[in-house]
Design a protein around this ligand. Sequence first.
Ligand code: UDP
Length: 335
Amino acid sequence: MTDRSSILITGGVGFVGSHFARMAHEAGRRVVILDNYSGGGAAQLSSDIPIVIGDIGDVALVRRVCAEHAVGAVAHFAGKIQVGESVRDPQLYFDVNLVRTLRLLAAVRDAGVHACLFSSTAAVYGEPTRVPIPETERRQPVNPYGATKLAIEYALDAWCHAYGLRWAALRYFNAAGAHPDGTVRESHEPETHLIPLVLDAGMRLREPLTIYGTDYDTPDGTCIRDYIHVQDLATAHLLALALIENGQTLGPVNLGTGHGYSVREVIDAARVVLGRDVPHAMGPRRPGDPPRLVADAARAADLLGWTPRRSGLEMTVEDALRSRRDGLTQTRRLA
Ligand code: UDP
């Protein structure tokens, strides 16, 4: 292979990464995953997609994978994603998300790879002064998770100026939903994300949901988030990658719907989809949670020609539910 058209997908290839891998593969792209399996999302993928099990901080391994698979671009997911955990264990977050990413960037640079798609987050904004939030909003993360993602964005920008790296940092708002066929679901261990927890509580598979804070300055007192369907996220990645591969640098791009829903509204949507109530209780605020995060997604629309197609709250919750009901099918067993 000499054409260097493969995409290296790295770094905690979980929920979004595995959707992107599948969509890219189905679009006829060659992909190779490098993951240490702590996230486990890649285990839900077709066995046609090669997976190298290893550490993204292992420079020699990354160089070898790039050479063997003719890698021309890296899509890096930098995968520790739990706000609460990052507050309790910042060392883990700075190590996995930042230190190892810097090693990955060094390795791919050595390997002659100059295109990088990076999975960033709305958490870089902290408590924004403007909602919907444009990319030009000040960045002031209020938790270590957001701080690590922002630090990587700074590194990418510097790499661009100094070494000619072309990049995009896709700032996801709240990734949600699942593959419409019920596979490739959201699955974290332990699960901390709202929609899976609401659905599991509704199906009596776990304890009642605790609402983290009912005294925020929002209409019903609970936090507001912009839930974006994972299929729409994966599509945006493919569009962004095509532009980067064509020589552009996009910098930061928000990926959200522009509509926010409160925790209570998510519970209501789940009640409708499930056809039964969702047991829940009021609890204290969770440290590091900003009250309201909603995207201004105009830049994604302009640059990528992207509009979310599957992100209505009910459809998102419905897809998530189907995947939780059918979720144990098609799980790939690893040798
Ligand atoms: N949330 C909640 N109870 C839970 C989990 C989450 O009330 O058991 C709230 C959380 O405070 C936040 C929203 O649901 O306002 C979305 O949280 P999630 O962890 O899904 O995503 P985040 O916004 O932290 O990335």
